[in-house]
Ligand binder design. Structure first.
Ligand code: BG6
Ligand code: MG
Length: 220
């Protein structure tokens, strides 16, 4: 039986991609090149330092480790400022309803995010009370597609991988779920998230009944 849901944060529960985008775009501008919305798609689900490497490759820049740390820090300071202005209106459609339904039916809920800012985002949007466990970029060593973040989440809520379902908007996240031996629901387009057991355009209208139907599919 399915006993837990593990949620990615950015792009699944809240729309933070736009803040990452403007913070990275400003950094690129300061470095003298243009960073487009299309470029930003490549940073979905990617860790902060790996995102910076992608950005610098777009600008054709090679910097020292020390310079890179300084730039990542400066981007993050800006990003933190943007997210400090977030509120519940930025929760994505259907997310709150699903979290409430899971809670009322006794299904465990855990966060599995690459972000080191996850706690702050959950607090500003009022989502913290819905979680039984929070695993974020501060608790993990390996980034998705490594399964670490989801294996730790399942462990923290006391369920086996085959009893957990992962909700993800990034291809690397679906791959991480698969490697963890967990079923997955992709939020986005089927072109990109075809490896998921089910792909939805948003969480809107997704019910616990539909979740339970995933039990009939074999765990990866
Ligand atoms: C992921 C986002 O959830 O977190 C990425 O999809 C982001 O875009 C990554 O780079 C790390 O986030 P943060 O908040 O630690 O810089
Ligand atoms: Mg995401």
């Amino acid at each position: 039986p399915i006993k837990a849901c593990l949620f990615d944060l950015d792009g699944v529960l809240v729309d933070t991609a736009k803040y990452h985008y403007i913070a990275w775009r400003q950094l690129a501008q300061e470095l003298g090149f243009t960073f487009t919305e299309e470029d930003n798609e490549r940073l979905k689900g990617v860790s902060r330092m790996a995102s910076l490497d992608i950005l610098l490759s777009i600008g054709g820049l090679e910097l020292t480790e020390e310079e890179k740390l300084r730039l990542a820090e400066s981007k993050n300071e800006r990003y933190v400022e943007y997210i400090s202005g977030m509120d519940a209106s930025e929760i994505l459609p259907g997310a709150l309803e699903l979290l409430q339904a899971l809670r009322s039916q006794g299904i465990k809920v855990a966060l599995g995010s690459a972000s080191k800012n996850a706690m702050s985002i959950l607090d500003h949007t009022g989502l913290t009370p819905y979680f039984d466990a929070i695993v974020d970029g501060n608790k993990t060593v390996s980034a998705k597609p490594d399964p670490e973040v989801f294996l730790l989440g399942a462990k923290e809520v006391g369920v086996l991988p085959e009893e957990a379902v992962v909700f993800e908007d990034a291809e690397a996240g679906i791959e991480a779920a698969r490697r963890a031996g967990m079923r997955s629901v992709g939020i986005g387009s089927a072109d990109q998230l075809g490896q998921a057991d089910l792909v939805l355009s948003s969480l809107s209208g997704f019910s616990v009944k539909q979740l339970k139907e995933l039990e009939h599919l074999p765990a990866p």
